[in-house]
Ligand binder design. Structure first.
Ligand code: PLP
Length: 389
């Protein structure tokens, strides 16, 4: 199998697995049981990892809350701020191209009496970046807006949002800003101090760590962030997220993020070159390919992301014809959903153009040979499908 679906998940880096193993065998204490050495050791591992994550993102270590992943982090951030008992504001703003882990929380909040505004993305033909329209975002924020949620990088078309400008816009209007940075963390520099975002969600399995562990950075020291806990019980993590901590997952996540940050510059260049090569080869072998989303440049799009439309062949048919390749049509994160991608339709694509679209995510473990083999197989499969249709 050639795995080209690194936006859905990534393979756990073997160095991360090595760092994780002792925490499953020798150092298996409960970090809350600090009355003995086993618990102490685990608590120290957790604390060191929180420090490493915070320093990789230039955030305060106290801000780190460990969760089961970005879905939970988004729920905790959005529900936590909007439904806090002392929250007087009753309005939430987000964007049409967010992941369902934000959009479905917004739907839920609406059912609980919070007003929600979903701002469209720019979709005017000249600009297909898929970024939120800043004028419309500014107009959507009211004195009653408690929180705005804008993703740092899009999981389907890889667009990178200008978070610093968005934060200034939110704060000048008195609202807090949350960002689902799931696809950004580990892939591009994420500097919380500089961007001044108040809450940030991420999940380890998108940056070569294990699944089922993530974090929310809650507060950057500049504004007060009050969260209503969404999981109650043993009172861990200052009562903000109860449940026994997962030291093996936490150490693995911190190791994975540190590796990403240390290797980011060279890795980004290599991955972008592989992504560009795949696109060039496919465009040479297949007529009528149209890129979806921003141009393939480093500042506007994630290095490994490729999303494009095929002429008259559905993405799902192309995938079925190449079972030895892993890529996706629409968002694999919501593959239970057969509807065309809401991100692509928000960009202005017709339903049929969205169905004829595919997403590739190139990652750390891909090689030049894999890209060449994948391109050949894709071109052969496409040609056969065209002959049949
Ligand atoms: N947000 C974005 C942008 C994603 O791409 C994903 C992918 O799955 C999630 C949230 C959900 O992450 P998890 O499944 O780890 O909770």
């Amino acid at each position: 199998m050639i795995y080209l679906d690194n936006h859905a998940t990534t393979r756990c880096d073997p160095r991360v697995v090595q760092a994780m193993l002792p925490w499953l065998s020798e150092d298996y204490g409960n970090p809350s049981s600090v009355s003995h050495d086993a618990g102490h050791t685990a608590a120290e591992g957790v604390q060191r990892s929180a420090g490493a994550i915070a320093s990789a993102l230039n955030a305060p270590a106290e801000a780190v809350l460990f969760t089961s992943g970005a879905t939970e982090s988004n729920n905790l951030a959005i529900r936590g701020v909007c439904l806090h008992p002392r929250q007087k504001k009753r309005h939430f703003v987000t964007v049409a191209s967010e992941h369902h882990a934000v959009l479905d929380v917004a739907d839920d909040l609406e059912r609980e009496g919070i007003r929600v505004t979903r701002v469209p993305v720019v979709a005017n033909g000249n600009d297909s970046s898929g970024l939120v329209d800043l004028d419309r975002l500014a107009a959507a924020i009211e004195p009653d807006t408690a929180l705005v949620s804008v993703m740092w990088a899009n999981n389907e078309i890889g667009s990178i949002a200008p978070m610093k400008s968005i934060a200034q816009l939110c704060h000048s209007r008195g609202a807090l800003l949350h960002s689902d940075a799931t696809q950004a963390v580990g892939r591009i520099p994420v500097d919380i101090g500089d961007a001044d975002v108040d809450l940030v969600s991420a999940t380890a399995h998108k940056f070569y760590g294990p699944k089922g562990i993530g974090f929310l950075l809650a507060g950057n020291g500049n504004r007060r962030v009050r969260l209503k806990p969404q999981i109650v019980g043993g009172g861990q993590q200052h009562g903000l997220r109860s449940g026994t901590l997962n030291p093996a997952g936490i150490v693995a996540m911190a190791t994975a993020l540190t590796l990403c940050v240390d290797e980011m510059e060279s890795e980004t260049a290599r991955i972008a070159q592989l992504r560009n090569k795949l696109f060039d080869l496919l465009c040479r072998g297949i007529e009528g390919i149209v890129l979806n989303g921003p141009p393939l440049t480093q500042s506007s799009r994630l290095a490994g992301n490729l999303n494009f439309q095929l002429d008259a062949i559905e993405g799902a048919a192309w995938m079925s014809a190449t079972p030895e390749l892993a890529f996706s049509s629409g968002s694999a994160c919501s593959s239970a959903d057969a509807a065309p991608s809401h991100v692509l339709t928000a960009l202005g694509l017709s339903e049929s153009a969205a169905r004829c679209s595919v997403r590739f995510g190139i990652g750390r473990f891909n090689t030049d040979e894999e890209i060449e083999q994948a391109a050949n197989r894709l071109i052969v499969a496409y040609t056969k499908l065209r002959q049949l249709s």
